[in-house]
Design a protein around this ligand. Structure first.
Ligand SMILES: Nc1ncnc2c1ncn2[C@@H]1O[C@H](COP(=O)(O)OP(=O)(O)OP(=O)(O)O)[C@@H](O)[C@H]1O
Ligand SMILES: [Mg+2]
Length: 508
């Protein structure tokens, strides 16, 4: 039997179709009703489910300034104060925002058949009840059995087990201010994915770890076999596999004439027995110098562009690592970009990884994957002037990846700086605290589910709390993120401790 919470009544022009107020049963359950609680009442359409949006405490006794003055008058003896029945006048009103009408199956009163949009207000005088966890779970669309357990649904005892297919398949974004807990939440998601049973179907995970924050995963014994750490200091793009046009991407100013010439040199090297499929940028430069073909200025320019690329230390005779070999189901490959300073270099690396992944996935040469991009605004920025090499491919995966089971997770502390095209394609959003009004506005523009009310709530979330919305759940829910099972070594080190460590290190 559901717990009774109160009675619907008329208050401030309500109930209407969207909201209704109810007086909270003070004696029995006064403490139970809190903001965010899921409740239901029987309207003429059926079980009207809603969420407590606001609680107002009213006391007629204290609504008049003169009464309060008299009450607090110094001449008013304390004994008299005790005789005032002021507390009995206090009552609490909860304002509920309606979410929908539930229809149950004929055979089982707790099994949801459909959820309809409500068309008629709640009836004053009717009882309001607490929604039981079993019904709430189906209503929100949680997946107790195979879902990713990210924490607890706020103001309930329910585990926030988000269905993996629903979260991943239409892409998702994790957004908050710096230090809001994005990387922490990502670790929780990775823990859940890596801990899934083998037969439950888990995609391969590829993570662009910009700050080397996820390296600790490798020290977790149960994950050891499932983790590949890739230090991008040794990252190499295979020059023999690049055709001349590809250089246009890496070196924008290269002209069409120069590309035509370059393709001749590449062809020559590919044919030559000596170099065959084992040459580098310096081999091309040497060839241009030794056997110049086109105009002198074209050759000089080509040498200039190629030398500039060579200085990036990214191009070699073979691909390293071999993307096809490192992508395995239920495993994670972490690309550590910590040591890279040049943003251009980072973008080239990310662009190459994304392109290869998408190409291989389309040809069915690698399993379905989840690509997690930390600091996504660096690789897929919104502004037209901040050109990022990797923007095009990330936007392409965002637009088309779903059809090929190429899933994307974009993480950013500046949603405003993140490409709107990419952000609007991430159907589910895990939003932690965001304070910046421009970022909030950008989010509201990119998703119609984020209303002004939600924006206000987002700005008041604290560390460890998030809003889950979009395709992953039927209705937006607030979640207390669970603790991660494995801790990174650097997690609890504060500034002063780091300074002490540094000093010790220097003294040795
Ligand atoms: N759910 C949580 N429970 C406990 N502590 C948390 C939680 N989320 C974050 N923290 C703590 O808050 C701090 C910042 O978290 P985190 O590094 O994940 O932030 P971030 O959003 O990734 O920041 P940045 O944008 O700078 O990368 C960390 O020290 C972490 O331990
Ligand atoms: Mg982070």
């Amino acid at each position: 039997m559901s717990i009774k919470l109160g009675i619907v009544f008329n208050f401030l022009q309500l109930p209407d179709v969207l909201k209704y107020p109810f007086v909270i049963n003070k004696r029995t359950n006064g403490l139970l009703v809190r903001k965010g609680l899921f409740v239901f009442t029987k309207s003429i359409e059926g079980f009207l489910i809603g969420i407590v949006e606001k609680i107002v405490l009213l006391n007629e006794y204290f609504s008049d300034a003169l009464t309060i003055k008299a009450y607090n008058n110094e001449n008013n003896p304390n004994i008299l104060k005790g005789l005032f029945p002021s507390e009995d006048f206090e009552y609490a009103v909860a304002i509920v925002r309606n979410l929908g009408i539930i229809e149950f199956t004929d055979s089982d009163e707790s099994e949801i058949k459909t959820i309809k949009r409500m068309m008629y207000p709640a009836s004053p005088g009717k009882e309001v009840y607490l929604v039981e966890d079993d019904i709430l779970k189906d209503f929100v669309g949680l997946d107790e059995k195979y879902g990713l357990n990210l924490g607890k649904v706020k103001v309930s005892n329910l585990d926030a087990c988000i269905n993996m297919d629903r979260l991943l398949n239409k892409h998702f974004a994790i957004l908050s201010i710096s230090g809001g807990g994005k990387s922490y939440l990502t670790s929780v998601i990775i823990e859940e994915l890596l801990s899934r049973k083998e037969d439950s179907g888990t995609p391969a995970i590829i993570l662009i770890d910009v700050h080397g924050e996820y390296q600790y995963l490798n020290s977790v014994p149960s994950f050891k076999k499932k983790i590949k750490l890739i230090d991008t200091s040794y990252f190499q793009i295979s020059v023999p596999h690049l055709n001349a046009v590809a250089y246009k991407k890496y070196q924008e100013q290269i002209s069409n004439v120069q590309i035509r010439e370059l393709s001749k040199y590449i062809k020559k090297l590919r044919k030559s027995d000596e170099t065959k499929r084992n040459f580098t940028l310096s081999s091309i430069i040497e060839l241009i110098e030794k056997e110049p073909e086109g105009g002198k200025s074209t050759n000089q320019a080509l040498i200039g562009w190629l030398s500039d690329l060579e200085r990036l230390n990214l191009f070699g005779p073979q691909e390293n690592p071999n993307i096809k070999n490192i992508v395995n189901q239920g495993e994670i490959s972490i690309f550590n970009l910590q040591k890279e300073i040049s943003i251009r270099k980072k973008q080239i690396i990310v662009d190459y990884i994304c392109n290869q992944l998408f190409y291989l996935r389309r040809n069915n040469e690698i399993p379905p994957f989840l690509l997690i991009v930390e600091e996504a605004h660096q690789f897929c920025p919104e502004a037209a002037h901040s050109k990022a090499l990797s923007k095009y491919i990330i936007e392409t995966i965002a637009r088309e990846g779903r059809k090929f089971m190429a899933c994307l997770c974009l993480i950013s502390q500046r949603p405003k700086k993140l490409s709107t095209t990419a952000l609007s394609q991430t159907n589910s959003k895990l939003i932690l605290n965001i304070k910046n009004p421009y970022d909030l506005k950008h989010l509201m523009d990119s998703s119609e589910t984020i209303t002004k009310d939600y924006a206000d709530m987002i700005s008041s979330l604290s560390v460890g709390e998030m809003l889950v919305m979009g395709n992953a759940v039927n209705y937006p829910i607030f979640v207390d993120i669970r603790e991660r099972r494995f801790k990174s070594k650097s997690e609890n080190i504060c500034l002063s401790q780091e300074c002490i460590n540094w000093k010790k290190l220097k003294l040795v």
